[in-house]
Design a protein around this ligand. Structure first.
Ligand code: KIV
Ligand code: NA
Length: 267
């Protein structure tokens, strides 16, 4: 798959087959997800999910480059998109280009994603016209948690709702090939999706977007506490807990390793 083919999945406002995106942070994870997805996102959510950080704010370009390279090595089919971390792109289009070029060179990914509304439109245009496809991200933008004051759903006031739709429009006109809409009430997701020519990818933004994304660990059930918009498709934390308890029991009772796992001089 390529960025232009992702962009072309929405034609004249109609998307016949919704885009499937999940996050990936490691090579093996990418291998397991790749065939089922259209896009793999190396999200800066790795700050919390992999590194146990309190937010995405401390995530660095180096972290994104290392995990991005691993994910690209594990993927053959999906378009890999790498998040630009907080502080690596906001100052100017020039700063954004340097950071994005570094990420693409280090990883081999096809595109970057950055957060923000109309203020980021000139940056998206700058990158796009210099060979770097950009995915936008509006609504609940976690890197702005200190301005937003939390991770609650957006778009409940008229002013906020209008801004989300006009932000999405500005990114679309600047040439974003797709836009993530996160944590917004359904009418705003519908209005924003209808207002833009590129596909929208929802997370906590209803079924009305042109695609969906979730944090893979959230939907696999790696965490007990997840936002309301997450569907836990499995209980992987439970599977790991039971499996590790079994291993620990067998080590303590000397049931593991057995004959089959033991080398002998003649076999
Ligand atoms: O960092 C991330 O995982 C994201 C998605 C959830 C959209 O930005
Ligand atoms: Na992100």
């Amino acid at each position: 798959l390529t960025v232009p083919r992702i962009r072309a999945r929405k034609q004249d406002g109609v998307t016949t087959e919704p885009l499937v995106m999940l996050t990936a942070y490691t090579a093996r994870q990418a291998q397991l997800l790749d065939a089922h997805c259209d896009l793999l996102l190396v999200g800066d959510s790795l700050g919390q999910v992999i590194y146990g950080l309190p937010s995405t704010i401390p995530v660095t370009l180096e972290m994104m480059a290392n995990h991005g390279a691993a994910v690209v090595r594990g993927s053959y089919h999906s378009v890999v998109v790498v998040d630009m971390p907080f502080g690596s792109y906001e100052a100017s289009p020039q700063q954004a280009f340097e950071s994005a070029a570094y990420l693409l060179k280090q990883t081999g990914a096809a595109a970057v994603k950055l957060e923000g509304g109309a203020a980021m439109a000139p940056t998206i245009e700058f990158l796009n016209s210099r060979g770097i496809p950009v995915m936008g991200h509006v609504g609940l933008t976690p890197q702005a948690v200190n301005v937003l004051g939390g991770y609650g759903a957006r778009g409940r006031s008229d002013a906020e709702a209008e801004k989300i739709v006009s932000d999405a429009k500005a990114l679309d006109e600047a040439g974003a090939f797709a836009i993530v809409i996160e944590g917004v009430v359904e009418p705003i997701a519908i209005a924003a999706t209808q207002a833009v020519s590129c596909p929208t990818i929802g997370i906590g933004a209803s079924a009305q977007c042109d695609g969906q994304v979730l944090v893979t660990e959230d939907m696999l059930g790696m965490f007990e506490r997840v936002p309301r918009f997450v569907k836990r498709y499995e209980d992987i934390a439970g599977v790991i807990d039971r499996t590790v308890a079994h291993y620990a029991k067998e080590v303590r009772s000397r049931a593991f390793p057995g004959e089959e796992q033991t080398y002998q001089p003649k076999d």
